[in-house]
Design a protein. Structure first.
Length: 319
């Protein structure tokens, strides 16, 4: 945006010089002997402000030379300042970004890679932030330059490129990532990203959103640990709102971290002397050997190492 404004200003200087020459064209001479016209004025302005100066059009009258000293020369200096200043600024900004990216890659580990920063990706990032994840632990990958700029403006490390490409995901240091959220606008793209991410990081927890029911098994086969059926999820919410409108607010409350009660996954405290279920929380389910077990089918005194507890609790304060 800033560079665009500078280009516009530089072009304005060229037009300004051309108008000055065109107004005082009687004081200029062309080596061809022809009368100076508007095209000649623009030509003279362009070669003058860029200091090319072929000398085929020259100021011969006192008025034309005075205009060159007072108007055209300052415009030429401003033009050069714009060109040099913009070039230095661009090179400096690129060098700074490369240096920051290099330093970030040297220290990053156990971060979260978000593939797709559309409405879904932004909502996922918002939830991570409300759950206490620092913005420095989140990396955005998107092929849309505007989405990348938006992510960078919000303080996230961002990578511009196609997340289906290994080279792009490696820029996000995906091999050291803790989790990957795949949220593009197309299911086929989601499948390719999931396959590539799983190949580069066999241990990352990959969560993928799907739009079509028939594509969900491809996402699971591609390596996704969790597959969210976004279309069905919206449909269920619409159904709940129809027959139990009050329940919709509760469900939204559960999904919205940081407000009211929340649904959370936690590890049991088996240190002894303390209940395995966190105090003040309600046990909803136990994940044992990757299977969900109903709370009434589990003895609270028989919580085992490796079990994961799904509980309802008051929202925890973020970091």
């Amino acid at each position: 945006m800033a560079i665009g404004r500078r280009v516009g200003f530089a072009l304005s200087l060229v037009v300004f010089v051309a108008l000055v020459v065109n107004v005082g064209r009687d004081g200029y001479v062309d080596v061809t002997g022809n009368e100076i016209g508007l095209i000649d004025s623009l030509y003279y302005a362009s070669v003058t402000v860029t200091t090319t100066g072929y000398g085929d059009i020259t100021a011969v009258s006192h008025g034309a030379r005075l205009a060159t000293i007072l108007l055209i020369t300052p415009a030429r200096i401003l033009f050069l300042i714009l060109v040099v200043g913009t070039t230095v600024e661009v090179l400096t900004d690129q060098s700074r970004r490369l240096l920051l990216a290099k330093r970030w890659r040297q220290r990053v580990k156990d971060h979260y890679v978000i593939c797709g920063y559309g409405a879904t990706g932004q909502s996922a990032v918002g939830d991570l932030l409300r759950r206490g994840i620092e913005s420095s632990e989140i990396v955005i990958v998107d092929r849309d330059p505007e989405a990348v700029e938006l992510a960078a403006a919000r303080g996230f490390v961002s990578v511009h490129g196609d997340a289906t490409k290994r080279t792009v995901l490696r820029q996000a240091v995906i091999e050291l990532a803790k989790a990957v959220i795949v949220a593009p606008n197309r299911d086929d793209t989601a499948v390719l990203i999931t396959l590539t991410a799983r190949e580069l990081n066999p241990t990352a927890h990959i969560v993928t959103g799907g739009r079509e029911q028939e594509n969900l098994h491809f996402l699971r086969q591609g390596g996704a640990d969790e597959v969210i059926d976004s279309t069905a999820a919206v449909g269920r919410m619409l159904g709940i709102a129809t027959y139990a409108p009050g329940a919709v607010g509760v469900v939204n409350d559960l999904l919205d971290a940081g407000t009211g009660i929340e649904l959370a996954e936690t590890e049991p405290d088996l240190s002894g002397g303390q209940p395995a279920v966190p105090r003040g929380a309600t046990l909803v389910a136990v994940i044992r050997d990757e299977h969900r077990v109903r709370p009434d089918a589990v003895d609270p005194n028989d919580i085992r190492p490796g079990d994961r507890l799904i509980v309802l609790r008051e929202s925890q304060p973020t970091k």
